[in-house]
Design a protein around this ligand. Structure first.
Ligand code: GLC
Ligand code: GLC
Length: 814
């Protein structure tokens, strides 16, 4: 069953039933001020860092789900009845409920007893605030007297401390109210130079700022006492829980529509100008007032919304495609690209599943996220690359995470994840292929952020490569360290103590356990680095890389091949993991996908056998599981992977992040049907009809779908913030559709299903618009290209020499 539908023309998913199996969320903001918002107005906002600068409260894992939000209440002052047009928190039975999640905005509304109301929520570009535009229409034949309330609960900034340190926090909350604007200024008196505010365009209304007054004793957000009574009380919070609540009265003639604007924002003052008058304890509001006044004006709000629309139009316009498959089209053209923006911005910090307090930006995650993001806003990708590289260690290793606010490596997690450095090479290669901006390689970048340690970025890549060569194990394969891509394959951990972190506990010296996955990654990254070196004229260096790659390729064949598939690893005893000799965990997806993606065994049939085995042992109708058989018990020598019940997460779940490795691998063998079939199995749009089973949003990928060993096979979890977004985008666009960025131009090499007659696409690449059409004339993948009517050799379209801005590319597949 479905809970809504795709409105592709408007780039929206429209939810028509509020009680979705899980909260179906969207993101507001795409630069510095962000929020998550569910289909029933739940969620919270923050400035840059979801932990350290959280503006509003949200209650994770609450019952009912999804509490804390941007709540609007309407009260009919004659019948005294009140309800929420967004369903939560009052949960009345509404007419015509809809939630339109769009690109950077969400509109939620409904109708109740003849009163229609919609709220449009969005964050204007280049501003640190969010706008709520509430529109109320009286559809009754008689006039209506309505009170509209809007409310949020302030978080005392540090979300971790906010949810634990009550002995202090109940005493520190402070607000100011001036001209009807509520200012949240907790800790502003001491070391904070920032405050939050909540304003309304309705003049002369009432407010409340003390939660317990607004709600009343022992009441929840579903039944605030003041809303029930129809009158806010102008309470001022002293400690406890500061909130922002506004009330406006609307007298509506039949058919009349009124709009009220609310603005919730974040503002910083220079330290020396925090107070006004100086020496007082009152917030200096000189610079914030004009901003507030501007966006409370509905015309300005509409104009800001229009700019946001145009922004997305241009960002998504970089690549648009029209194929015979609607699920491919809408994911590529709209939602998958949009999700790539979210993963780039959030990394793995704030979603319905990521609490925003746990994790910084992952080194490996953020580098991989670039694969799906770099074409949208290359300048931001560049900045991200330089930030990431600055947390690299002199050894070539990397902090596993960095904190977005400080841009420093996270010491708590540290380093030693031996795959990490290679993702930097892959991220930089993606950037170079997209932009041709070779200057980035000469940027001076420090190690571990230490001033004076700068080298050109290029040297960071050299050290990344070297890092593995300095850490080879007994078989000549890369040592795994704390973990490779699979954070849960902890071969040096041996943890028998509850609560210990599998990722940072290390009880073995790490000199034995080896990763075949890192070997595959090394082969891939090494080829990328060699191509970069060659392009820079460093031929000798390039051939050194290639000879190391060839050596590793040999080692993989010798010690990383199990007969029918690639092995996964060797454990601390030197025993095989992912082998037919194992009792459980005989075959893994990662090496079989990645080694083939990297080109190992393409010529001599190993690759084909690895993919046959993958199909035979790992593929299910809901996607490809991570390994088989699942681990039925905890293995001290394997770590977290065996901690999960069978079928979930890394223990034989369908870990959607690595399915595209197999998809790309299939294209490398020319298998368009197989590649697109795998692509479709996990494509959320293609799974929309089974929303009751899938449960997560049908418009974005989830990290995991429960595997065949799980009692809930097919159920998705952990949507939005996952490397799945970038990798699937990359797989479908660059490998199946084959519109692929290359160092010297745009490569066209489709490996599409046999029953596709072709497709058309528009790609803006290095300032030139490529109008591409592909036509199938035979069953194969060989392509003959013409550019502006002239046949070209090979399949790389170089930038037009004569400065033309538009090029027509036609490809015939036979
Ligand atoms: C999570 C992590 C990612 C890791 C993956 C597999 O998605 O964010 O870094 O590679 O799990 O364990
Ligand atoms: C857990 C998760 C894994 C994730 C890791 C990050 O181990 O299972 O997916 O990568 O946490 O720390």
């Amino acid at each position: 069953m479905k809970y809504g539908y795709f409105d592709d023309l408007n780039r929206e998913y429209v939810i028509t039933q509020p009680d979705t199996p899980l909260p179906w969320i969207n993101y507001l903001g795409c630069q510095a001020y962000f929020g998550i918002i569910s289909n029933t107005a739940g969620g919270y906002s923050f400035y840059r860092d979801a932990r350290l600068r959280r503006l509003t409260r949200y209650r994770y894992n609450n019952a009912p789900f999804d509490f804390g939000g941007r709540y609007v209440y309407l009260r009919d002052n004659e019948s005294k009845e009140f309800w929420s047009p967004s369903w939560q928190p009052t949960r009345h039975e509404l007419k015509d409920y809809s939630c339109r999640h769009g690109m950077g905005y969400t509109v939620i509304g409904s109708s109740y007893k003849g009163i229609e109301a919609h709220t449009r929520y969005f964050v204007p570009l280049d501003e640190n605030l969010e706008i709520w535009q509430l529109t109320v229409t009286n559809k009754r034949a008689v006039k209506a007297s309505i009170s509209a309330f809007a409310s949020i609960e302030f978080c005392l900034w540090d979300a971790q401390d906010d949810s634990t340190n009550f002995q202090r926090n109940f005493s520190i909350g402070q607000v100011e109210v001036e001209d009807g604007v509520i200012y949240h200024k907790t800790e502003y008196r001491e070391r904070r130079d920032h405050f939050a505010y909540f304003a309304t365009s309705a003049k002369g209304g009432s407010f409340d700022t003390q939660r317990d007054v607004f709600l009343g004793h022992y009441r929840g957000w579903d039944k605030p006492a003041t809303v029930e009574a129809g009158q806010l009380t102008n309470s001022i919070a002293h400690g406890w829980a500061p909130i922002g609540a506004h009330q406006a009265k609307l007298e509506l003639a039949p058919g009349e529509t009124r709009q009220i604007v609310f603005v919730l924002g974040y503002h910083e003052n220079p330290v020396a100008e925090k107070f006004d008058p100086p020496g007082s304890q009152t917030i200096n509001k000189k610079t914030v007032k004009p901003v507030i006044a501007k966006y409370l004006d509905p015309k300005e709000a509409d104009a800001a919304f229009e700019r946001l629309r145009q922004y997305w139009e241009s960002v998504l316009g970089v690549f648009q495609v029209n194929t015979p498959d609607i699920h491919t089209n809408r994911m590529v053209n709209i939602w998958n690209a949009y999700q790539c923006m979210a993963t780039f911005n959030m990394s793995r910090s704030a979603s319905f599943y990521e609490s925003g307090i746990g994790r910084g930006l992952g080194f490996r995650d953020s580098n991989q996220d670039l694969l799906g993001f770099v074409h949208m806003v290359p300048a931001r990708a560049r900045e991200r690359i330089l930030d990431l590289a600055a947390t690299q260690l002199p050894t070539g290793g990397a902090y596993h995470q960095y904190q977005p606010l400080t841009k420093r490596g996270n010491n708590d997690v540290g380093s030693g994840f031996n795959d990490d450095p290679h993702w930097l090479i892959i991220g930089v290669a993606a950037y170079l292929k997209e932009t041709g901006d070779w200057s980035i390689l000469d940027e001076p970048v420090p190690y571990d952020n230490a001033p004076g340690s700068e080298t050109p970025l290029y040297e960071h890549l050299q050290r990344s490569f070297r890092y593995t060569l300095d850490r080879l194990g007994p078989h000549g394969l890369p040592l795994i360290g704390r973990a490779d891509w699979n954070d849960c394959l902890n071969l040096n951990c041996f943890s028998d103590t509850p609560g210990q972190s599998f990722q940072t506990t290390t009880n073995k010296d790490g000199k034995v356990a080896e990763s075949v996955f890192i070997a595959g990654l090394f082969v891939h990254a090494g080829q990328e680095l060699a191509a970069i070196a060659k392009h820079r004229g460093l031929d000798a260096e390039a051939s050194t890389y290639l000879s190391e790659v060839a050596k590793m390729d040999q080692v993989v064949r010798k010690h990383g091949w199990d007969g029918e598939w690639f092995l996964r690893a060797y454990d601390d005893f030197g025993a095989k993991i992912g082998s037919k000799e194992c009792e459980e965990g005989k075959i893994f997806i990662e090496t079989n996908g990645y080694c083939v993606l990297a080109g190992i065994g393409l010529e001599d049939g190993l690759a084909a056998r690895a993919l046959d085995s993958t199909r035979k042992h790992l593929a299910t109708k809901h996607g490809i599981v991570l390994q088989q058989p699942a681990y039925s018990r905890y293995y001290l020598n394997l770590g977290e992977i065996s901690s999960y019940p069978p079928g979930y997460k890394e223990n034989a779940g369908i870990f959607c992040h690595n399915n595209p490795w197999v998809i790309i691998a299939e294209t490398r063998l020319g298998h368009g049907d197989e590649a697109h079939d795998y692509y479709s199995r996990i494509n959320p749009s293609a799974r929309e009809e089974i929303s009751d089973l899938h449960r997560c949003e049908p418009y974005v990928y989830a990290q995991m779908i429960a595997g065949r060993d799980a009692p809930t096979h097919g159920e998705a979890k952990n949507s939005w913030l996952t490397g799945t977004a970038a990798w699937n985008y990359y797989a479908i666009v660059q490998w199946i559709l084959g519109v692929r960025t290359a160092l010297d131009g745009l490569e066209i090499a489709p490996v599409i299903p046999k029953n596709w007659q072709g497709f058309t696409a528009t790609r803006t690449f290095r300032g030139v618009v490529y109008k591409i059409s592909i036509e199938r004339k035979g069953d194969g993948n060989s392509i003959a290209l013409t550019v502006d009517g002239k046949p070209i050799k090979g399949n790389v379209v170089s930038p037009p020499a004569d400065g033309r801005r538009e090029v027509v590319v036609k490809g015939i597949l036979s």
